[in-house]
Design a protein around this ligand. Structure first.
Ligand SMILES: [Zn+2]
Length: 66
């Protein structure tokens, strides 16, 4: 069982480094892992303060049973 969150669910207008809609997906075994991965991505790629995004990340984190 994998927990995951999509960047474009958090930042609907997010663009990746080449100007396309961001398709980044953070995955982890726990919500904490997903928050950590997504926080690093948001900071590095979108220059977003991940601290204020934590609740949003958790709210959009889902379970992948596949
Ligand atoms: Zn992104």
């Amino acid at each position: 069982m994998v927990r995951f969150a999509r960047c474009n669910a958090l930042l609907s207008l997010a663009l990746d480094a080449s100007g396309k809609g961001c398709r980044y997906v953070a995955k982890g075994a726990s919500d904490d892992d997903v928050v950590k991965e997504m926080s690093e991505h948001l900071t590095a790629v979108h220059q977003v303060d991940a601290g204020i995004m934590k609740a949003n990340i958790l709210a959009s984190t889902k379970t992948n049973n596949g």
